[in-house]
Design a protein around this ligand. Sequence first.
Ligand code: UFG
Length: 329
Amino acid sequence: MAVLVTGGAGYIGSHMVWELLDHGEEVVVVDRLSTGFDWAVPDRAELVVGDIGDQALVEGVMKRRNVDAVIHFAGSIIVPESVADPLGYYLNNTVKSRALIESALRCGVKHFIFSSTAAVYGTPQKNPVTEDEPLQPESPYGTSKLMTEIMLRDTAAAHDFAYTALRYFNVSGADPKRRTGQSTKGATHLIKVACETATGKRPFMEVFGTDYPTPDGTCVRDYIHVSDLVNAHYLALQRLRSGGGSLIANCGYGRGYSVLEVIDAVKRVSGTDVKVVESGRRAGDAVAIVASAERCFSELGWKPVHDDLQEIVSDALRWEEILAKRNRV
Ligand code: UFG
C-alpha cells in the first residue's frame, strides 16, 4: 500500500515525502518536473515522471502501487502569472485536478488531501480568518483552487470518498534535518527572496508598499513552517484512514508579521545587512491575512513545533547556503 504524492519533487511536496517516509509509509511521486527537481525526491520513494492529467499513467501507478490515498500538491502557484494566463491555471490546477479525482474514483482510492490556499478568501473582512469567511478569490490562482475544493465537495457527496482541503497561509522555512528546502528558481516569496539577498544571490530586494494601514506600513502575513504544514497533512491522512469525514482547515499559526519584521529577522539571524529598496504596492496584495487554525488543532490534533519566525528564517537560510554550495539553483 502506498501514498501517491503529486508534485512530490517540489517545495512542499518533497517535505511531505520525507514526512511520510519518516512515519514508515510507502510513497510514490508523480511529478512532471516542470518546476520540481528529481534530486529532491528521496531514493526510498518511487518517482514517476509524468503529468497528473495523464489518466492512463496515474491509474497505472495507483493500481501497481495499491495506492490508498492521494496527497495532491502538483499545480501552478504564482498569483500574477495566473492573472496573465488564467486558462493555463485553470488547466493545470482545475482541469487536471478533475482528472486526478476521477482517476482516484476509478481506482477505488477513497482518501484525498488537497493543497488549497488562503487565496480563496481574497482580502478578508476580518482577521484571524476562519474557514467560514466568505470565499472571494481575487486571482485565477485562488479561483482555480476553489474550483477544485468544490469538485472535491461534490465528489465526496456522491461517492464513497472523503477529502481534506488544507488552506495554506504563507509557507516558508525548510526541513530542519537539511534534506530538502525551497529550491524554486526565480522565487517570489518574501522569506526566500530575503534569504537570497542575505546570502548574496541578489544584490538587493524590494519591499512592495510601505503605506498600508498596518503598524509599520507593510503587509502582514501568517508564516507557517513547512515541516509543521506537512505534519498537518500526515495527521489528516491518519484521520481519513480512521474514517474521518471530509474537512476543510486553515493552516497557519494565527499570528501575523509585517514584511519589515520578516526582513529584520533575516538580518538578525544571518548577521548580514539585507539591502532593501522601497517600491510601490504589488498588485493583488491583501493588506493583512492571518489564519484562525482552531480547526486544525481540534480536528487534526495538530501541535505545531516550529512556530517561531527565527527558526523559520534560520532553516530557510541554511537551505540557501546548501543550494549555493551545491551550485544547483
Ligand atoms: N514581498 C515584498 N518583497 C518581495 C516579496 C514579497 O515586499 O520581494 C511582500 C509582498 O508584497 C507581501 C508579502 O511580502 O506583502 C508576502 O508576499 P509573498 O509573495 O511571500 O506571499 P503572498 O502573501 O503574496 O502569497 C501567499 C502564498 C500564495 C497565496 C497567497 C494568498 O504564497 O500561494 O499567499 O494571499 F496565493
